[in-house]
Design a protein around this ligand. Structure first.
Ligand code: FES
Ligand code: FE2
Length: 402
């Protein structure tokens, strides 16, 4: 039992996490191993690499992954670490290429990461066993997921859940309208914990709270949701949400999808609640609701009838992270004609800037020697669940390693 296991044992149920979980570099390393190298992560949308040879890079902490579309249309992901002496092979963040040529000694890799050529190596050098290390890839309804795990968590339940949620919103044929990255001076968990609870929405997000019912306590949300569900059914649409949020010891990736209401007369997540883009997928009208999806610990998805958002959390160091937002619209929607980029992105830009501030205030507070975890409020039920899941994930690793 090491100091991390002892801290997990000392955790008081119903309370927040101890300071060390946000400040200790060795716990950050355990997070990388147990959350980031074990779970699936959304790397991006397939429309980012439409043509054969298109690629982009994606990174967490010290790991950089290249995601590329091969000549046959398939998508590969591999670590950006040369098999010769470890240089970063791909130095651009996106582009189109036939080969990746290492800038150091020019070992040359294909779009699937296999080694195609290595200059002046002995005749018996085996190129086949020196390809870039590949990651597992799944493409579901346009989203590209990667897993670093040698044996990845089963993804079948997640795939089915995504087909019946983001699939209905046409995400498979969507395009990216905008991306924005917010650096945060805080451990990644402070950012995720903030995202999953809406106890702070009332005081911190007046703009969001004007239109979204999630800022209400549970009993009021239930009443508003009943009306929203009726509106959705009236449109002839059924969206299958569900709770498959479990520990990875069960071998499956965790996903939780739920719906919640927008207030009466609100069509979408925008400044004044009006629609900001043409409806997506099956939607012929605005149902006044939102589908929210939590997936695998770092990937969060938001579906409005007219646009979608990938919201992901990227750890950098034990004291820094990033929040990245990707806005999706219908593929045929034209900027300036069918949607105004400023109106489309306004609400979640404002909300995320507010979040960045409160997360950084919290980070400075919890770094205090005198910080003592307080009770999680009833409205923070998803945060409580996240904390319990997180502790199980990092504990599970230590018991498996024992
Ligand atoms: S480190 Fe890449 S070719 Fe030498
Ligand atoms: Fe927030």
């Amino acid at each position: 039992m090491d100091h991390i296991d002892r801290l997990i044992d000392l955790h008081v149920p119903g309370m927040g996490l101890d300071r060390a979980f946000y400040t200790d570099a060795s716990i950050f390393e355990r997070d990388m191993e147990c959350i980031f190298r074990r779970h699936w992560h959304c790397a991006g949308h397939a429309s980012m690499i439409d043509a054969p040879g298109d690629f982009f890079t994606f990174n967490y902490a010290q790991e950089t992954v290249v995601v590329a579309r091969d000549k046959d249309g398939s998508i590969h992901a591999f670590l950006n670490v040369c098999r010769h002496r470890g240089a970063e092979v791909c130095t651009d963040t996106s582009g189109n290429t036939e080969f990746f040529v290492c800038p150091y000694h020019a070992w040359t890799y294909g779009l699937d990461g296999s080694l195609k050529a290595a200059r002046h190596m002995p005749r018996d050098f085996d190129t086949r066993s020196h390809g870039l290390k590949t990651l597992h890839v799944r493409v579901v309804e346009g989203l590209i997921f990667i897993s670093f795990a040698p044996v990845p968590l089963d993804f079948a339940v997640v795939e089915e859940s995504l087909r019946t949620t983001i699939g209905r919103y046409g995400w498979g044929s969507a395009k990216i309208a905008h991306r924005e990255t917010y650096p945060v001076h805080a451990n990644w968990k402070l950012a995720v914990e903030n995202y999953v609870e809406c106890y702070h929405c009332g005081p911190a997000h007046p703009e969001y709270s004007k239109t979204h019912a999630l800022e209400q306590p549970q009993h009021r949300i239930e009443k508003l949701n009943a009306k929203m569900e009726q509106r959705t059914r009236n449109l002839g649409i059924e969206i299958h949400t569900g709770d498959n949020w479990q520990n990875s010891l069960q071998g499956q990736e965790a996903i939780h999808s739920f719906r919640y209401a927008l207030y009466d007369g609100v069509a979408s997540g925008s400044e004044d609640g009006s629609a900001v883009a043409p409806t997506m997928g099956d939607f012929t009208d605005y149902d006044g609701g939102v589908t929210s999806i939590h997936l695998g610990g770092s990937t969060f998805l938001v579906c409005y009838p007219d646009h979608g958002m990938i919201y992901r959390f990227v750890p950098r160091t034990h004291l820094t992270s990033e929040m990245e937002l990707i806005w999706l619209v219908r593929k045929d929607a034209q900027e300036g004609k069918d949607y105004d980029l400023h109106k489309l992105t306004w609400l979640w830009k404002v909300t995320t800037e507010e979040d960045k501030k409160i997360i950084e205030h919290t980070s400075r507070g919890v770094c205090s020697h005198y910080f003592q975890p307080g009770p999680i409020a009833p409205m923070e039920y998803n945060e409580l669940r996240y904390i319990n899941w997180y502790l199980d994930e990092i504990r599970a690793r230590s018991s498996m390693a024992a």
